[in-house]
Design a binder for this molecule. Sequence first.
Ligand SMILES: Cc1cc2nc3c(=O)[nH]c(=O)nc-3n(C[C@H](O)[C@H](O)[C@H](O)COP(=O)(O)OP(=O)(O)OC[C@H]3O[C@@H](n4cnc5c(N)ncnc54)[C@H](O)[C@@H]3O)c2cc1C
Ligand code: FES
Length: 280
Amino acid sequence: MAKILRRERLVPNLHVLEVSAPEVARKSLPGQFVMVMPDERGERIPLTIADWDREKGSVTAVFMTVGTTTHKLARLSAGDEIPVFVGPLGKPSDIQNYGTVLLAGGCFGIAAIYPIARALKEAGNKVITLIDVKAGYLLYWEEKLRKVSDRFLVSARDHRFATKDYVPAKIKSLLAEGAKVDRAVAIGCTYLMYSACEATRPAGIKTMVSLNPIMVDGTGMCGACRCAVEGKTRFACVDGPDFDGHAVDWAELFARRKSYLDDEIRSLCYWERTQLAPCA
Ligand SMILES: Cc1cc2nc3c(=O)[nH]c(=O)nc-3n(C[C@H](O)[C@H](O)[C@H](O)COP(=O)(O)OP(=O)(O)OC[C@H]3O[C@@H](n4cnc5c(N)ncnc54)[C@H](O)[C@@H]3O)c2cc1C
Ligand code: FES
């Protein structure tokens, strides 16, 4: 059992979850993830480690409410205990001094890029952070990210930012204005990662993505997270989750992520019904 220290709504569809997990905190590195299960009857889901405090023994993740498990997590509070909080899993992100690194993040990826940006900055890189939000009220962790960035950009679709750009347009205009980018990292929904890779491909900028296939055990045993990279089968939980985005078979990833869509919708409808009128 792991005790929740904090579960707060950051913006309407995203929550921060801080859990007491000293062993996980001691070993966490940027780019790794945890498997989390909100109750004994639920499923395990992967969440990226967004921060950790080794002295306090806590690990932080940010999650987006999309289906049953993430809605269950959003109902938990400080003091509650969860049966599974396992990690750190996956290979850490490659951190070296590349020169200038562009980090693009959207939805939960805004938090997921934070420890990577921090580590890249500490390694001597110039860090350009590009955050994607549909509207200004969905922006979070701006202060944290600004502290580890040399340049902080937002692509948004509302008046606050006087722009209607999506990530690829912003990347293209950045490159067109002459910005020298030696490497890129994109984390968020599958479409954001795919389109960021398409924007950096013509300039030949290596772009790392954190792949998000469905995971079951998170330890390389079940095969659920199978992806094709460079034409070879890879298991995102043990071979990744970071991969070169220009070598990923995106069509396969998009299709495999939808494998259980009908069941997921049924599960969420059932869960919401029973929450509104709980069984005796
Ligand atoms: C390595 C990795 C890191 C991730 N990090 C984060 C994070 O930091 N924050 C965050 O909000 N989300 C993260 N995700 C995605 C997150 O795991 C899914 O959104 C979550 O599992 C959805 O569960 P659900 O029951 O709420 O939704 P469901 O209704 O069950 O599923 C909604 C959609 O989420 C995907 N999904 C469902 N189950 C899983 C699963 N077991 N593993 C992966 N994807 C699944 C499917 O595409 C599905 O259509 C990460 C995924 C991976 C693989
Ligand atoms: S989640 Fe089972 S092999 Fe990766």
